[in-house]
Design a protein around this ligand. Structure first.
Ligand SMILES: Nc1ncnc2c1ncn2[C@@H]1O[C@H](COP(=O)(O)OP(=O)(O)OP(=O)(O)O)[C@@H](O)[C@H]1O
Ligand SMILES: O=C(O)[C@H](O)CO
Length: 849
């Protein structure tokens, strides 16, 4: 006991890590499923970069309508305005330009992706469509983003228009991503087919867009400044929506109005790198051999103004704002995510793992090596603006759920002939990475989507995954590795659960690269269970109510803490912790949906909708958790084998309510401290759907885990922690009086009446009056004797704050001495605050007597 005496004051003073979920979490609690939130954020990102608004921000007419203003430059208008455009966002850009400048426009030609007009019409996006008798001629082509005959016809029409201009004319060039494929004009004798083959090969071998477009420019009449040269001596104003990291105007759509700074040596170098030099068609060799003597020199572009009107930075900023409004700590990791898709996936997988340990510091952390590995990976990816430290710091602040956002364009090296896209492949790879790293009781979701709405040659914009992906796939007999080996991510996601993981937006009419969203949401609720000696299985598993009842019985000796991993109301995994030894037991597939229906029959109150599949511990997680159960500490009854624990748990009775976030979680009431807290008159009820649900409960154990600290410092285990007080006891009679029927819950006869040890009484009494969802943690000595004090760790205001935006900033847990001299009256039903449990002589810091 002496050791404990030394520990306690320290415990009391320990700067407990606040686990704060601020006010906005209440909004988060509107309980949209994570996937819905992810899709909503993705859509908001896309919405922020729609072409019309961006064009209007850059262009204006002077009041007299004589001058066109482009940022701070002015151009004279005198029936001299022409327009050309090419790219995935150009239809909307042209519509906005026509809206503004229609009366001045003499003629226009645009080249846009096949089907985009019909898609916009179907979606009712009038603002993206040209007027019925528009002066702008539209060509649709480049099916699946590959240059074709239609695109070639468009390119020729654009070239013709440009070549016909005079020094009095002004050519407005609208450029966006996808422009290269939509403006193919190979230099003879290179044919369209030869150019197509070469670019396809380069892309498939993982060439970056910079490399790809260096080659394209050299083989094209219009790229690399060729269009500007064709329009000379007319004035040229290019409005560019960037889809390339860093917004390099010479790369976007292969820079048709920017002089190329590359030479033939650069091209040969690239072709060598991808093993394509030897097999080059003769025509390509011919053009390359002529290229250096006929460059599109810089002098040809002095008449050009190139202006970037938008990029994915804008999209990320909007999504960040939306994420914050949903209650997330949102950090933009980078707007320049690039590199091989495998490395990028590894980065996100490891980041989620490291992040998890920062968000749930009371659990085993990532090792120093893993941290270093993450930084190494980041360095290898050479992401110029990566905000990794900021992201990690944000998590370590423990202010609740985190959303990391990134933009960019990783590269895929095609090995197979499957159907997929960069985003779906990345998502699938990240899903596979999640399996490698134990993520613990935390909701994780990764989404990758192309802002153009079309990922590779597929109908989908991208996909989202969670750590459950591997088990979900296995349940449907889908082998992720095989699909990855064939670059068949789209087929994989189509087959998995009827395609629910796919992101479908249809063509968006814009294009600013890809968006990656990584959501990390601590999502545990907690309960206690117990082991009755002499029985071969866990007696009951459930919420704190059952745990308390169990602890109040002399014959129960071990409290288990059950972490439930939930996504919305759906429980996807369970973790049991033997709370004295701190060892984990994995309770995979703790229950099946059939059990729930069983519970329903028995009328045990609000039920979850059965929503399998139920378990999702990855193999790695299971192994890790199960391995902790092998060495049971002496004196504790432990399951030796993971399987046995699982079997026991499965057989057993449990209360499905324990698997749902409690119902009383939103707008619970207000008050400046636990003692003045006023529960709201009514609380939302569990409808069994996502609506009206709270965020999952916050953990009962304080994040910095004083128990572990006590244990390691004391070198012994004097405490029985984990006796949580659960809100479901609220309003119940306290021990000593006849046990009331728990609403919707069959009371076990005699489970707590009169048999509880003295040490449990304050907790039970307090529980009877404690505001919901404010469960204190009671530490009782292992062998409570008369006259023993207890240590009560009160979550205090912080827990309340997490559920009520009106409450002040939390101060952390406050330890409180509950001394045995508490008037008996206080233990018989009238206790309304922790203070009432003090005798008046209690020292400020708890002391064990
Ligand atoms: N089966 C596949 N699996 C994975 N990625 C693929 C697959 N097929 C094509 N890709 C990748 O998709 C990319 C082309 O996709 P997409 O047409 O969306 O191009 P994009 O880069 O968005 O086009 P742009 O930048 O011109 O707008 C290429 O990088 C290619 O490697
Ligand atoms: O068209 C292209 O070249 C790519 O989308 C990059 O802009």
């Amino acid at each position: 006991m002496a050791a404990a005496l030394q520990v306690l004051p320290r415990l009391a003073r320990a700067p407990l890590h606040p686990f704060l979920w601020g006010g906005p979490v209440a909004r988060l609690a509107s309980s949209m499923a994570l996937a819905e939130q992810a899709q909503q954020l993705f859509e908001s990102a896309v919405g922020a970069v729609l072409p019309g608004p961006m064009l209007h921000r850059t262009l204006s007419l002077d009041p007299g309508g004589r001058q066109l203003k482009v940022r701070d430059r002015s151009f004279q208008l005198k029936q001299n305005l022409y327009l050309v455009g090419f790219g995935k966002a150009v239809l909307g850009m042209a519509a906005a330009a026509e809206e503004l400048l229609g009366q001045h426009l003499v003629q226009g030609v645009i080249s846009i992706p096949k089907g985009i007009r019909a898609a916009m019409e179907r979606a009712g996006k009038q603002e993206m469509l040209l007027k019925p008798h528009s002066r702008v001629q539209v060509f649709e082509g480049a099916q699946d983003n590959l240059p074709d005959r239609d695109a070639l016809r468009a390119a020729l029409a654009i070239q013709q228009l440009a070549e016909g201009l005079t020094a009095d004319d002004l050519l407005l060039v609208l450029i966006s991503g996808g422009g290269s494929a939509l403006l193919p004009a190979p230099i003879p004798p290179v044919t369209l087919e030869e150019k197509q083959t070469l670019t396809k090969l380069l892309a498939a071998r993982g060439a970056t867009i910079q490399e790809l477009n260096t080659i394209r420019k050299t083989l094209s009449q219009l790229k690399g400044g060729g269009l500007a040269q064709a329009a000379y001596p007319a004035q040229v104003v290019s409005l560019i929506l960037s889809d390339v990291v860093g917004d390099p105007v010479e790369v976007i759509a292969s820079g048709p109005t920017v002089a190329s700074s590359h030479n033939v040596q650069d091209c040969l170098h690239i072709l060598n790198r991808y093993g394509l030099r030897a097999a080059l068609p003769r025509s390509v060799k011919t053009v390359l051999s002529r290229a250096d003597s006929d460059p599109h020199g810089p002098h040809t572009c002095g008449h050009v103004l190139n202006v970037i009107i938008g990029s994915n930075v804008l999209a990320l900023a909007e999504a960040q704002q939306q994420a914050e409004a949903l209650g997330y700590q949102a950090v933009v990791l980078s707007a320049a995510m690039q590199g091989d898709v495998k490395s990028v996936a590894q980065f996100y997988g490891l980041l989620a793992h490291v992040a998890r340990t920062r968000l749930t510091p009371f659990m085993a952390g990532a090792s120093v090596e893993e941290d270093a590995q993450l930084h190494e990976l980041a360095a290898e990816l050479q992401i110029p603006d990566l905000q990794l430290e900021k992201a990690l710091e944000t998590m370590a602040q423990g202010r609740g759920p985190v959303c990391l956002l990134a933009g960019g364009e990783p590269t895929v090296q095609l090995q197979g002939s499957g159907k997929g896209g960069r985003n779906q492949e990345l998502a699938l790879r990240v899903g596979a990475e999640f399996r490698r790293w134990p993520l613990g009781p935390i909701d994780v979701l990764f989404l990758s989507g192309g802002t153009d709405g079309q990922d590779g040659p597929t109908e989908a914009a991208g996909a989202w995954v969670t750590p459950e992906l591997a088990s979900e796939a296995a349940a449907e007999g889908l082998d992720m590795a095989t699909f990855l080996a064939h670059n068949d991510s789209h087929t994989f996601f189509c087959r998995l659960q009827g395609g629910v993981h796919l992101l479908h937006t249809g063509m968006t009419g814009t294009n600013v690269m890809d968006t990656h969203l990584l959501f990390l949401r601590p999502c545990m609720s907690i309960g206690t269970g117990y082991k009755v000696p002499g029985k071969s299985k866990i007696g009951e598993l459930g919420t704190g109510a059952e745990g308390l009842a169990a602890m109040s019985r002399r014959d129960s000796s071990i409290v288990y803490v059950i972490w439930q991993k939930t996504m919305c109301s759906r429980v996807v995994g369970f973790y049991l912790k033997e709370s004295i030894s701190g060892r984990w037991i994995c309770a995979e597939k703790l229950c099946a949906s059939g059990d729930l229906r069983e519970g329903e029959k028995e009328g045990r109150g609000p039920e979850l909708e059965p929503v399998g599949p139920w378990c999702s511990l990855t193999e790695a997680e299971s192994d890790l958790l199960a391995s902790g159960t092998r060495q049971a500490p002496a004196g504790n009854v432990m399951y030796e084998e993971h399987d046995e624990a699982q079997a026991a748990v499965k057989e057993d009775w449990f209360d499905p309510r324990g698997k749902v976030s409690p119902v009383q979680t939103l707008h619970l009431g207000s008050g400046s401290s636990p003692s003045t807290f006023q529960p709201a008159a009514s609380t939302p009820t569990n409808t069994g759907t996502c609506e009206g649900h709270s965020p999952p409960m916050v953990p009962l154990l304080p994040p910095s885990n004083p128990i572990a600290a006590a244990r390691s410092e004391a070198g012994s285990e004097p405490w029985t922690p984990g006796l949580g007080i659960h809100s479901s006891l609220q309003g119940q009679a306290i021990p000593g009086s006849p046990a009331p029927a728990h609403p919707g819950h069959p009371q076990k006869p005699g489970s707590w009446a009169g048999t509880e040890p003295a040490s449990s009484r304050p907790a039970l009494s307090l529980a009877a009056n404690w505001p919901p969802l404010c469960p204190p943690l009671l530490l009782t000595p292992r062998a409570p004797e008369a006259g023993t004090s207890l240590l009560l760790l009160l979550p205090g205001a912080e827990k309340l704050a997490s559920h009520s935006p009106h409450l002040p900033a939390p101060q952390g847990y406050s330890p409180l001495c509950l001394c045995p001299q508490i008037p008996k009256a206080h233990l018989s039903g009238a206790v309304s605050s922790p203070e009432a449990l003090q005798c008046g002589n209690c020292p400020e810091e708890p002391v064990l007597s």
